[in-house]
Design a protein around this ligand. Structure first.
Ligand SMILES: CCCCCCCCCC(=O)SCCNC(=O)CCNC(=O)[C@H](O)C(C)(C)COP(=O)(O)OP(=O)(O)OC[C@H]1O[C@@H](n2cnc3c(N)ncnc32)[C@H](O)[C@@H]1OP(=O)(O)O
Length: 198
């Protein structure tokens, strides 16, 4: 069984991963910078130039799907919180997720939507590890039980119930020192009519 962290498509350590990491750092620093307006405008021009070069270098397809890859960290997208899968026994995944400064919601804690984004991502990954069929999120129930810190790793566990035909119930928790911060219950369904290229 392949450990999810060792997928051949994992971008860890590649120049693309470095670019993604640098972009995350940029997103972190844009948030709350005290830079003055004149310099902010100059920097906006530099960033726009970088964006132009990336666009002109060509795209894998119109939505960047091919380079999303299945790796748990450093995927060629910079929106989802980065998580590392430490253990995977074919049914249960455990590891850590770190919400970045740009995932900040209020009073020093992670944004509820960023937590939902992470939950969909990790359950989507679990679903892909469990079955060839490409299931889609039908329902995601996120319960926010305590604040999730920003900038510090938090322990997660994700696991699946047995499949019921095309349906599978998946679950995840975020914990700190044995206290549940978030619990997630998701329903993933393999579409009756598979999406083209999905
Ligand atoms: C390695 C990289 C990792 C990256 C991971 C990223 C993961 C990201 C995953 C996503 O975000 S997917 C995008 C968000 N989700 C969608 O856009 C899904 C949109 N909805 C659909 O496409 C369809 O509604 C869906 C595929 C979910 C179901 O359509 P079907 O026509 O196949 O379902 P059908 O009506 O035949 O129902 C099948 C069963 O599921 C049940 N069901 C469907 N939708 C449900 C729902 N929303 N709530 C509860 N049950 C639901 C339905 O009752 C039924 O149960 P029974 O078989 O017991 O009768």
């Amino acid at each position: 069984m392949t450990h999810p962290g060792s997928s051949p498509l994992d971008e860890r350590g590649t120049p693309r991963a470095e670019l993604a990491q640098a972009t995350r750092a940029l997103q972190d620093e844009v948030r709350g910078t005290r830079i003055d307006g004149r310099r902010a405008r100059e920097l906006a021009g530099i960033v726009a130039e970088v964006a132009r070069e990336l666009r002109d270098s060509g795209a894998d397809d119109e939505v960047g799907r091919l380079h999303m890859g299945p790796g748990p960290v450093n995927r060629g997208q910079t929106l989802s919180p980065v998580y590392n899968v430490d253990t995977w026994d074919g049914r249960r995944m455990q590891g850590t997720v770190t919400f970045a400064r740009f995932h900040h919601g209020s009073v020093g804690t992670a944004h509820g939507g960023a937590i939902g984004l992470w939950a969909d991502d990790v359950l989507g990954r679990l679903s892909r590890e469990l079955s060839e069929g490409r299931a889609r999120t039908a329902c995601l129930h996120v319960q926010y039980r305590a604040s999730v810190p920003v900038g510090a790793p938090v322990w997660f566990t994700a696991w699946a119930d047995d499949a019921d035909g095309r349906k599978r119930e998946l679950h995840a928790t975020l914990e700190d020192d044995g206290t549940a911060l978030v619990t997630v219950d998701g329903l993933f369904v393999e579409p009756r009519i598979p999406l083209n290229g999905h």
